[in-house]
Write a protein that binds this ligand. Structure first.
Ligand SMILES: [Zn+2]
Length: 174
């Protein structure tokens, strides 16, 4: 019902569907937690973004922070997630009935992808979305001010950053 109301609102305002959505409260508390986990801007932090992908806009419902699954993920200062911890994530997804719809990590500086961000997608699956939040997430992190990239497969990415909330929409209702 709530997502129906969002759809109706978008239709009334003449907006096409975004590719991915998140409740504003979920996004803001997740981003605040990412900022906290940089330990005073001394290291990057990141999270898997779990939710639903039912054919319409992907829906982010939960942040699962890398260092909660792999306690050493942030040790080097650059996010590095150990693949042998992934079964813990899959088990969590199974319990919730969610999938990994996107990922997010913070950068010390801008929101462009690094060479390793491009070379190692968190989920190497076409359609996976990666967000990059600049400045250790110390400022407001809204669509338009964050990096938004879609993995196309075969090492290729599409940059959706300039599409802002047309691509990633923060919702109030659902
Ligand atoms: Zn990066």
């Amino acid at each position: 019902m709530r997502s129906f109301l969002n759809k109706l609102l978008g239709w009334l305002l003449g907006r096409p569907d975004p590719r991915i959505t998140c409740r504003r409260a979920v996004w803001e508390s997740g981003v605040a937690e990412l900022a906290r986990r940089t330990k005073g801007r001394s290291r990057e932090s990141g999270a898997f973004l779990l939710g639903r992908d039912d054919g319409g806009p992907k829906q982010i419902l939960e942040f699962v922070f890398y260092d909660d699954i792999d306690p050493h993920a942030l040790d080097s200062g650059i996010v590095h997630f150990a693949g042998n911890r992934l079964p813990i994530l899959w088990e969590h997804c199974r319990k919730r009935g969610y999938g990994v719809v996107a990922d997010v990590h913070v950068h010390p500086g801008g929101h462009g992808q690094s060479a390793s961000d491009q070379a190692d997608p968190v989920m190497p699956r076409a359609g996976h979305i990666a967000f990059i939040i600049p400045d250790f997430a110390s400022r407001e992190a809204r669509p338009g001010g964050i990096g938004m990239y879609e993995y196309l497969g075969d090492g290729r990415w599409k940059n959706h950053t300039k599409e802002g909330s047309g691509f990633f929409h923060l919702t109030v209702l659902a």
